[in-house]
Write a protein that binds this ligand. Sequence first.
Ligand code: TZD
Ligand code: CA
Length: 527
Amino acid sequence: MPTVRRLVHEFLERQGLTTIFGNPGSNELPFLAELPSGFRYVLGLHEGAVVGMADGYAQATGRPVLVNLHAASGSGNGMGALTNAVPARTPLVLVAGQQVRPAIGLEANLAVPDPVALMKPLVGWAGEPACAGDVPRALAQAVFEAGLQRRPTYLSVPYDDWSVEADDNAGAVLDRTVQRAAVPDAEQARWLVEQVTTARNPALVLGGDIDAGGHFDAVVGLAERLGAAVWAAPSLFRLPFPNRHPLFRGVLPAGIAPVSEAFEGHDLVLVLGAPVFRYHEYLPGRLLPDGTRLIQVTEDAAAAARAPMGEAVVADPGPVVDLLLKAIDGSGGDTGAFTTPPEPRTGDGGRLHPEQVFAALRDTQPADTAYVVESTSTNSSWWRQIDLRRPGSYYFPAGGGLGFGLPAAVGVGLGQPDRPVVGVIGDGSANYGITALWTAAQLGVPVTVVLLRNGTYGALRWFSELLGVPDVPGLDVPGIDFTRIAEGYGVAAQHVSGDDELRAVLAEPARAPRLVQVDTTPTAPNA
Ligand code: TZD
Ligand code: CA
């Protein structure tokens, strides 16, 4: 009989989960022993960076990814990063080591008394197998649940389980596949088509699932055929539509009243692949204008159930887009040309305006560049200057937790080695995931980190004015030289000043990881 460890390794191989992101401890070492040669262990130096890298990798590949964390302390370090993976619907499979079974009850050092309670409610499914022989099945369940629910899962495994011989039945999980088919039935399809085709002035709101599910190009076709206005759903973390397309109206503001105002004049709002809605700033008002109906199509049943208004169909938005495309005649007419970005605003005193940095990226980087952005006060500057036309071009921390950007940029680079990857990272944000630079250097991931140094938590400065508390402490971060930090981790780094120098540096393709630090002037997220 094979050991539990051998069966689990084989299951992971068959499922294609052979890249493991982790930071191990004593409880985890027996799981990692005798890993077959096809496995790759991506070591991160802190679990926040480990989970951030895995999140980027899973989003870029569209597949579940195994994450190896150490007991309670490593799991706890990873939790902040999970607050981004949950709303991004990233299928991470977290496997943590538990003390040996005889030592759990007496709470020996590194025993985790209640691992399920520790990780709930962040993870969707969590468990610890009741006996060693159940480990392969439980691991399979964690993988399948992560894929089906599109939510991180967590499995705690006592480390004496790995060397136990599996029984005859344990191998039955090796051949399993679990598939999902969330397609509307004929009546639901007929109803959806009727609602959309009889609408006078429909609008589309597109969420992260459109890009994550590979429907970016299909929704462009749908919007053009309908001639419909298109918004990206509030609290955007993936770009579902080309941002300079003539039908694109931008990212919806994340408040009740401004969302409602945006929908004025539309009799139907069709929301595809997004919760309704991920508001942020509390700006109360009517949920919808008079005369506006909302229909949400999402395969996330929980998101459909908790929405405060509208009708919902729980289905994969992909087939729904296809059936609408088949049902709608004609081309919808000429939609016009892509919009041209305005002249970038300029900085002062040797500092560039963030718009100049983004214009330089737009003008120098290849069209298929994937950007991972974690620079919070520069949001409007970004959308004013950037021009993204391809699927998978944009990633942002979905839950607003900093520490995603830099690690996720490394993860996206590992997941899509043929695509250029640029991390656009603030001097506040960079510190939460900075150790990912080391992983990038060790693995030679050719990611470009553009570090925007304004010396402050710019977004919090703006928020402090908004909330009427301008005197709060702890908002400035002067005196950090990221070129020296990067070099310490083995990443080549440059401080650039001036538009010409920045453009010249960025025009060189990255062959290894590099950090480009640029001093920038303050701006506001809505400026
Ligand atoms: N800690 C974590 C883990 N996540 C957070 N979102 C914050 C703290 C609070 N926070 C924000 O929401 S924005 C921000 C902080 C500290 C400032 C980020 O500074 P930055 O970008 O330099 O990256 P800007 O452009 O200067 O705002
Ligand atoms: Ca900053």
